[in-house]
Write a protein that binds this ligand. Structure first.
Ligand code: 5GP
Ligand code: ZN
Length: 119
């Protein structure tokens, strides 16, 4: 069923506490944790606790939950004090764009110069 945990999903295992993570924030519907391979001084992943394969399917099925993820991205940036200098919120979607984990997640990147357009 849409949103149900998947046994083969790494981020569902993080939500369940079966895989450890450096959690920085948690709400009733979301978890935010530091990326294991950080690409910037602040590199946090914000995920919905419910399983959707990407941001578009999340937003289509549960727009309020998609908004929770976006709001938490802003809270993470404020807590890491990168909101003043600027930060980027990225949803890689599809293998061609570098998506490797098919559980929707926002990357929050900041604390260094961020080129535009991204590579
Ligand atoms: P994607 O490439 O799908 O946009 O992003 C997946 C992200 O998950 C990558 O930046 C990768 O470093 C991160 N990642 C992969 N496995 C783990 C893990 O076990 N723990 C944490 N904290 N991050 C992970
Ligand atoms: Zn999942």
């Amino acid at each position: 069923m849409a949103g149900e945990p998947r046994a083969d999903c790494l981020f569902c295992k993080i939500v369940a506490g079966e895989v450890p993570a450096d959690v920085v924030r948690e709400t009733g519907t979301t978890v935010a944790f530091r990326d294991i391979n950080p690409q910037a001084p602040t590199h946090v992943l914000v995920i919905p606790k419910a399983h959707y394969p990407d941001a578009a399917s999340l937003a289509a099925a549960e727009p309020t939950l998609a908004a929770d993820v976006l709001r938490e991205a802003g809270e993470v940036a404020a807590e890491d004090k990168v909101d003043d200098t600027g930060y980027r919120v990225v949803f890689n979607t599809g293998t061609g764009a570098g998506q490797t984990v098919f559980h929707a997640h926002a990357h929050v990147l900041g604390g260094r110069g961020l080129n535009w357009p991204p590579g």
